[in-house]
Design a protein around this ligand. Structure first.
Ligand code: SF4
Length: 361
């Protein structure tokens, strides 16, 4: 397939490290030349991180699924008295993390729901308990939405919430809760939780305090391509202003058991295209992650040919996406991750949460 004029122009821009515009991003979404899009994104990935494809060995700890928010797209949150509702005590959370420490994990990844009455101290204690016992295991915990919730329940500023968590051992924050930065859409799909500027404010404050973070985008629900490109540009602008995003993770919407079951799961074409377009638009974010739990292992592997350079971690017992019908395993062995990266032709590179290289395979 011959590149059309606009694609040739984009190709030149990418080769010269010129920033792509909103119109460029929209053109890429409308364009069917998937092979050329993939090649451009792959070239950018190659320039940034060579043949490395990163992964880490981590444990997800989802403290509770009891949630006041009731987001339309969520299959995880439950009422207190609903069947399947659970809440881990500090000790249970600790034991859940501790049971896999022997597997060489380098990260605890703690993400939960917005519980109606657990006090902020509970969350601080979970971090403290794990961090004191395992000071060398990085604590990545609490999405911006949870941090915003802590600020609301305590009356503390975002900055003070983050400082207290940092003091307890928090190392970085994950990228969840960004969904899509269009407040009209947020009011339809997640009206009770942090709005776009709240999310951006939490990450900006975290970066200013030296707390690194990741960022995400939930796509494939009721948003338009324009919403997606606007979202990427907002992330790019924040990164210019207050750098601290380590990686971007596009998350396809999984409709099962949610309030939006009439929407069809995104196609593989949309998944790989979104990875590639993210890689091309986000020139100032080093890594783009193909999160295998949501994409499925085969599509995540394919994403490596479309500019992704990270496949996330071993995860161990993920609950949130699986409630929404993720049919992937709840964890994956390190050997399997290494195999699938090698099979795609890349160099499996184990990293810690902050992207220090621990070992290549
Ligand atoms: S997405 Fe998060 S905040 Fe929304 S209902 Fe689910 S657990 Fe609660």
């Amino acid at each position: 397939m011959q590149m059309d004029k606009h694609m040739q122009l984009l190709s030149k821009k990418v080769a010269n490290n010129e920033r792509l515009t909103k119109e460029d991003g929209l053109y890429l979404y409308e364009c069917n030349d998937l092979i050329s899009i993939g090649k451009l994104a792959r070239d950018v990935k190659q320039k940034k991180t060579g043949r490395n494809v990163f992964f880490n060995v981590n444990r997800h700890i989802n403290l509770t699924n009891i949630c006041v928010s009731k987001c339309e797209f969520c299959a995880f949150g439950k009422d207190k008295d609903e069947e399947g509702a659970y809440l881990m005590s500090v000790e249970e959370a600790f034991n859940f993390g501790a049971e896999v420490v022997e597997n060489g994990i380098t990260e605890f990844h703690v993400v939960s729901a917005m519980h109606p009455d657990m006090p902020f101290n509970y969350y601080v204690d979970v971090i403290k308990r794990l961090h004191q016992a395992y000071p060398n295991i990085h604590m990545q915990a609490f999405t911006a939405v949870e941090i915003h919730h802590f600020s609301k329940i305590t009356g503390l500023s975002i900055r003070d919430v983050l400082l207290q968590l940092k003091d307890a051992g928090l190392g970085s924050i994950p990228g969840g809760g960004a969904e899509i930065f269009n407040d009209d859409i947020r009011k339809q799909i997640c009206p009770k939780k942090a709005m776009s500027n709240d999310w951006l404010e939490v990450h900006k404050t975290a970066h200013e305090l030296g707390i690194k973070s990741n960022c995400t985008m939930l796509f494939g629900h009721i948003e338009s391509f324009e919403d997606r490109i606007n979202h990427l540009i907002k992330l790019r602008e924040l990164q210019d202003e207050a750098p601290g995003f380590q990686s971007f993770i596009p998350l396809p919407f999984l409709p099962d058991n949610t309030g939006l079951t009439h929407i069809k799961r995104t196609t593989a074409i949309d998944d790989v295209k979104t990875i590639a377009i993210s890689r091309l638009m986000l020139d100032n974010i080093e890594h783009v992650k193909a999160f295998w739990v949501m994409l499925s292992v085969p599509i995540a592997q394919l994403c490596l040919e479309f500019g992704a350079d990270d496949i996330d971690g071993t995860v161990h017992e993920e609950r949130i996406m699986h409630a929404a019908g993720a049919t992937t395993d709840k964890g994956i062995s390190k050997d399997n991750i290494i195999r699938l990266i090698k099979e795609a032709g890349y160099l499996p590179t184990e990293r810690d949460t902050l992207y220090n290289v621990l070992r290549t395979y």
